[in-house]
Ligand binder design. Structure first.
Ligand code: GNR
Ligand code: NI
Length: 168
């Protein structure tokens, strides 16, 4: 297993659309293991492959406190079940240090492949529904800052670019 580097806004690679996985082979299970290790080390609750510069449709999520509920979604497709929007303060490992409210549908039904390559369908609500939608946005090249006003997004961009120059 290995910790992979997480791309940060405004890195243009975060705008790449991920391709569907065609076979869940050892290359994909290795990616999944690395994504969990990277997510846990960063204290995140979810991670999309896009964030580690792999442009394939793979998502990992664990909302538990003790790494006890790892979930994998490969090639996810969602259907909105309850279109009522709910606002939630979101954060993102690719936008470190910023939290802003984003409105999303409250209940979604997801169909995806698990880490064995088997298809499953599940109805999600609460934080799991929010997190899955946030991760699916990453696979489409979208970030939570895209829902904010241009002024807010620009302010976040400038602060992160300054921090990235400082580190370089
Ligand atoms: O760790 C994370 N927390 C979080 C909080 C509210 C809504 C979404 C998230 S996902 C985020 C990890 C991340 O950046 N995933 O892409
Ligand atoms: Ni994110």
């Amino acid at each position: 297993m290995a910790i992979r580097q997480i791309l940060e806004f405004p890195d243009p690679r975060l705008r790449t659309r991920a391709a569907a996985v065609d076979v869940v082979d050892s290359r994909i299970t290795k990616l999944i293991d690395d994504m969990f290790e990277t997510m846990y080390e960063a204290n995140g609750i979810g991670l999309a492959a896009t964030q580690v510069d792999v442009h394939e449709q793979v998502i990992v999520i664990d909302l538990s406190n003790n790494k006890e509920n790892p979930r994998v979604f490969i090639n996810p497709k969602i259907e909105v079940i309850d279109p009522e929007l709910d606002g939630f303060e979101e954060g993102c490992l690719s936008v470190p240090g910023f939290n802003e409210s984003v409105e999303r549908p409250k209940i979604v039904k997801v169909s995806a492949l698990d880490r064995e390559g088997n298809e499953f369908t599940e109805t999600l609500k609460g934080l799991l529904a929010i997190c899955l939608q946030h991760e699916m946005d990453h696979l489409a090249g979208k970030l939570f800052v895209d829902y904010l006003s241009p002024a807010k997004r620009q302010r976040i961009r400038q602060r992160l670019e300054k921090e990235q120059r400082r580190r370089a």
